[in-house]
Design a protein around this ligand. Structure first.
Ligand SMILES: N[C@@H](CCC(=O)N[C@@H](CS)C(=O)NCC(=O)O)C(=O)O
Length: 339
């Protein structure tokens, strides 16, 4: 019996070591990697996910630029399984994250770098998404950076990252979605994911469920900190827009606006946007969001890729709020009125 047990343990360890050696994963620098060549059929190919905020950003940017691409949908744990750490995807991006734009067979990593790259590639007749003059370019960069997911944990410094705040505020949405995701997929993440705290968070969400997740003290504290920090980001954005400008740098729609568009959209998916943008709070941000939503690129790059599991998760949050006042209270918050 002992020998059988030992043999099983040895076999499992050998399998794990073998499998891990076939899923080599490490961080990758952003930008174009001409040293890497991947199979391709079209000039542009995009590895993306319907739900992924960073993927949305790239899809909207490609739509604005009128650049056609071949789409490869890669599952995230939130939409079904950890395809991002599969052998085949790790060949595309050893960092194991989405999105990846492949241009003539060479990958471009990191969504904020991808949109800059795409904007620089677009030919004559494409809209200018980067201002020509230095002052406006710097303003665009500042607001683009605020709305970018930089590093493995963008929730590190919430005062510097509105995107990090929105990442934290996505937790109820992810917890609601995990109800239908089998445990075995989460365990695959625990075994092979490069950034272990990510699958670990999904395990917690799966175990405690939507209602329980707001009772985890660390999660609740982080959520409250993210709400407060996001109010400050919106207050600053409201101030900027209060001179009546339609877009962040003024009259020109830029990469900064694309980067903010997807943050609003995620808050909507998490059924949280009304906590920030309703009544008298941040009126200029409210109209700005309506303006962003009205762009054809939003319909094309965001609405055109709604995932049914995400819509179900949003409905689950709404149902929980309607039937559970404590949960509704834990989710709720108001930014200081800005009338
Ligand atoms: N800094 C990266 C963020 C990449 C990232 O974390 N992407 C998410 C989707 S929005 C992902 O692929 N997550 C998969 C995982 O962590 O398992 C970017 O902006 O592209």
């Amino acid at each position: 019996m002992t020998y059988i047990g030992l043999a099983i343990v040895v076999a499992l360890v050998a399998w794990y070591a073998w499998e891990k050696s076939r899923r080599k994963t490490h961080p990758m620098e952003g930008g174009l990697h001409e040293d890497i060549s991947l199979p391709y059929e079209q000039e542009y190919e995009l590895y993306h996910n319907d739900l992924s905020l960073c993927s949305k950003k790239v899809r909207v940017c490609m739509a604005e630029l009128g650049l056609p691409y071949k789409a490869h949908h890669i599952e995230l744990i939130e939409t079904g399984s950890y395809e991002t750490i599969s052998r085949h995807f790790l060949k595309v991006n050893p960092a194991g994250v989405l999105p990846v734009l492949v241009h003539n067979g060479h990958p471009v990593y990191e969504s904020h770098d991808i949109i800059s790259y795409a904007a620089a590639q677009a030919g004559d007749g494409a809209p200018m998404l980067v201002p020509a003059d230095r002052e406006h370019r710097a303003l665009m960069q500042k607001w683009k950076d605020l709305a970018s997911m930089v590093g493995d944990d963008p929730t590190d410094d919430l005062a510097k990252s509105a995107a990090g705040c929105v990442g934290v505020l996505s937790v109820p949405l992810f917890a609601a979605g995990m109800v239908v995701i089998p445990y075995r997929h989460v365990f695959e993440g625990l075994l092979f994911h490069r950034i272990k705290f990510r699958p670990f968070m999904f395990l917690i969400m799966k175990v405690v469920g939507l209602k329980g997740v707001l009772n985890v003290k660390k999660v609740k504290n982080k959520l409250d900190a993210a709400k407060a920090a996001l109010c400050n980001h919106f207050a600053a954005l409201n101030e900027l827009l209060s001179d009546g400008r339609p877009w962040i740098v003024g009259q020109q729609y830029t990469l900064a606006d694309i980067s903010w568009m997807v943050l609003f959209d995620r808050l909507m998916e998490a059924d949280s946007i009304e906590y920030f943008l309703s009544g008298n709070t941040y009126p200029y941000v409210q109209t700005y969001w309506q303006r962003l939503r009205a762009r054809p690129s939003y319909q094309e790059g965001v609405d055109g890729f709604r995932h049914p599991l995400v819509a179900d998760a949003t409905r689950r949050i709404q149902a929980q709020k309607a039937t559970d006042p404590r949960f509704a209270e834990a989710m709720a918050m108001g930014c200081p009125a800005n009338a």
